[in-house]
Design a protein around this ligand. Structure first.
Ligand code: FES
Length: 351
C-alpha cells in the first residue's frame, strides 16, 4: 500500500493508489495550506518531495503552467495536483505557519508574489545629491527641512517621470532613479536629458529658496548605464522596485566625483557612447573611483537638445510633419555643431 511520510510532522499515513496528496493530508487531519482550494492557482500547498518522486504522477497542465511561471524545481510539487501510486513518498510541507504563508502570497492584494526574485536588465541609473545640505539643514527648523526637501523632490520627481524614469530610493537629501525598466533602448538618453532638465529646474527653484532662506541649492548628478538585477525588495506589503549590482555603485561614485571635479552633471564612458551625438559635453576628465583601480573617464554634460515638440496649431498634416522635422533636426544639428567646434578647439589648444 502506498504511504506518505510528512516532514516536519514526522508522521506516516497509508493511502490508496492514486490518492491526491492534499486530499490525503486533509483526511488524516494534517494541517495543509490550500488557499485557492486546490485549483493550482496559489502554490501554498506546495511540498518538497524528499524521496519517492518516481511514485508521484507527472505534473498536470495547470501545475506545469504554475511551475514554469514560478520556476519551481522538479522536486517542488503542488499537493493538490499530485497523485501517489506504488510506493512510499517522503515530503516536506513548505507552508508551515502564517509567516511561511506570507512569503508565498500577498494576502492584502490576493496575488502571487512568487515571481522570479529578480531579472537582469541593462538600464541607466541616476544618482543625485544636494551639496552641503546637512550643514544648511542645521540652521533650519525641522519643518523647514521637510518643506524644502519635499518641494525639491517633487520638482525633480516630475522631471524624472517626464523622461521615462522612476525614483525608487530616497537617501536623506539624495535619491536614485532608474531609466529603461520597461524598454532600455533610450534609457541613457532619457537619463541624461533628465539630468540636464533637473539642473534647469533647480535654477527656477533657487530664487524662491533664496528669498525664503537666503540659500541656493546646488546638486551633483551622476549617471551610468549597465547590467543590474532588478527586483522587488521589502516586506510583502511594502515592496519597491530596486536595482542591485556594480553598475549602481558605479553611478553613485560618479555622482560623488562631481565634488572632486567641481561639476554638476557627470556621466560614464558607457553612457557617453550612447548619447555622444546628442549631448553637449563641456569636458572629459579622468577620475579615480573609490574601490576601483586606475582612473575612469567621465564627461561633464551641459546640455541636450529638447525632446521633439508637438505643434498642434498647423492644421495641414503634411505641413505639420515637415515643420516638426525641421525644428527637431535644427535642434539636433545645434548639438552636433557644438560638439564639433569643441573638438576642433581642443585640438587647436594642443598645437
Ligand atoms: S491549493 Fe492552491 S495550488 Fe494547491
Amino acid at each position: 500500500m502506498p504511504q506518505i511520510h510528512y516532514l516536519p510532522d514526522d508522521r506516516t499515513i497509508e493511502i490508496d493508489d492514486d490518492d491526491i496528496i492534499l486530499e490525503a493530508s486533509l483526511r488524516a487531519d494534517i494541517p495543509h495550506t490550500h488557499i485557492c482550494g486546490g485549483s493550482a492557482r496559489c502554490s501554498t500547498c506546495r511540498v518538497l518531495i524528499v524521496e519517492g518522486l518516481e511514485f508521484c504522477s507527472p505534473r498536470t497542465s495547470p501545475e506545469e503552467e504554475l511551475a514554469k511561471k514560478l520556476r519551481l524545481d522538479p522536486e517542488i510539487r503542488l499537493a493538490c495536483q499530485t497523485q501517489v501510486a506504488g510506493g512510499k513518498v517522503i515530503l516536506r510541507r513548505l507552508a508551515i505557519d502564517s509567516e511561511d504563508l506570507e512569503s508565498f502570497t500577498d494576502e492584502m492584494a490576493g496575488k502571487l508574489i512568487c515571481a522570479p526574485v529578480g531579472q537582469e536588465k541593462k538600464i541607466a541609473i541616476l544618482f543625485a545629491d544636494i551639496r552641503g545640505f546637512t550643514a544648511f539643514a542645521e540652521s533650519l527648523l525641522p519643518y523647514d527641512v521637510i518643506y524644502i526637501l519635499n518641494r525639491y523632490f517633487q520638482k525633480m520627481g516630475y522631471v524624472i517621470n517626464r523622461n521615462g524614469g522612476m525614483i525608487n530610493n530616497y537617501m536623506g537629501d539624495g535619491f536614485m532613479a532608474l531609466f529603461g525598466l520597461e524598454n532600455s533602448d533610450k534609457a541613457a538618453e532619457q537619463a541624461v536629458r533628465a539630468g540636464v532638465e533637473m539642473l534647469e529646474e533647480l535654477e527656477k527653484l533657487n530664487p524662491y529658496f533664496e528669498t525664503l532662506y537666503r540659500h541656493r541649492l546646488r546638486i551633483g548628478i551622476g549617471i551610468h548605464c549597465g547590467w543590474v538585477v532588478v527586483g522587488n525588495l521589502g516586506a510583502s506589503n511594502s515592496q519597491t522596485v530596486t536595482a542591485i549590482g556594480d553598475a549602481v555603485n558605479f553611478a553613485s561614485r560618479i555622482e560623488a566625483a562631481n565634488k572632486q571635479v567641481g561639476t554638476s552633471l557627470l556621466i560614464s564612458e558607457e553612457t557617453y557612447q550612447e548619447v555622444k551625438e546628442l549631448a553637449i559635453v563641456d569636458r572629459r576628465v579622468s577620475v579615480p573611483i573609490p574601490g576601483k583601480s586606475g582612473e575612469y573617464p567621465l564627461y561633464e554634460v551641459v546640455g541636450m537638445p529638447p525632446l521633439p515638440v508637438e505643434i498642434e496649431e498647423i492644421s495641414e498634416v503634411n505641413e505639420k510633419s515637415i515643420w516638426q522635422t525641421f525644428v527637431n533636426n535644427l535642434r539636433a544639428l545645434y548639438a552636433v555643431v557644438y560638439n564639433w567646434i569643441r573638438k576642433i578647439w581642443s585640438h587647436i589648444k594642443k598645437l
